[in-house]
Design a protein around this ligand. Structure first.
Ligand code: SF4
Ligand code: SF4
Length: 179
């Protein structure tokens, strides 16, 4: 039987009614994850995306979640309080059917890491209208082995370019490092 372990669960609560679509969360997230840190702020690198439809008064911040290798066979469409949201509007996946949550240069999937190393997620700090709020709680969970972040990235690259191409590139890089 798997052992129980205490784990801190971090949650960002989204109140879409308070969001005004300013995109400050996207700007700070992309700047924090730039290399070197804060050297650029391309929102395409952000781990949070704000669905904005000003004419319909729709602003929905969505966080990048898990990578998926295959797209859904069907689509969901939501109508809430008379507002009709686009297909996939609430989906957190980096998936083959759209460009969201993909590193624009490499095509690697992006995932929110809760601003690892910071006391509080930066998107929460930068959201001046409190549409995003941060909470932590402790939970007992069964210890489970999941795929490492690097494994997920490599799988995405292999799907895009083929395993042989990846192996060739790694071999070439390793030769040039030795030279
Ligand atoms: S910073 Fe806050 S108000 Fe601005 S787009 Fe992001 S969630 Fe919405
Ligand atoms: S918590 Fe950090 S990594 Fe996640 S979306 Fe917000 S700024 Fe980006």
């Amino acid at each position: 039987m798997a052992e129980k372990k205490k784990k801190i669960v971090k949650t960002i609560k989204v109140d879409a009614d308070l969001c005004n679509g300013c995109r400050a969360c996207e700007v700070i997230c992309s700047a924090f994850h730039a290399a070197p840190k804060y050297s650029s702020n391309n929102p395409a690198r952000s781990r949070i995306r704000v669905n904005r439809h000003p004419l319909k008064d729709i602003y929905v911040p969505v966080y990048a979640g898990e990578y998926t290798a295959s797209e859904c066979a069907g689509r969901d469409k939501y109508t809430i309080d008379g507002k009709e949201y686009e297909e996939c509007a609430f989906c957190r996946a980096s998936c083959p059917s759209r460009d969201d949550f993909k590193e624009p240069d490499s095509g690697l999937p992006l995932k929110c890491d809760m601003c690892e190393g910071e006391d509080e997620p930066l998107c929460v700090k930068w959201c001046l209208v409190d549409a995003l709020t941060y909470e932590e709680r402790e939970e007992e969970v069964e210890e489970e082995e999941g795929p490492e972040e690097m494994e997920v990235g490599l799988e995405a690259l292999a799907n895009e370019y083929g395993l042989d191409k990846i192996m060739e590139t790694v071999a070439r890089m390793s030769m040039s490092k030795k030279a």
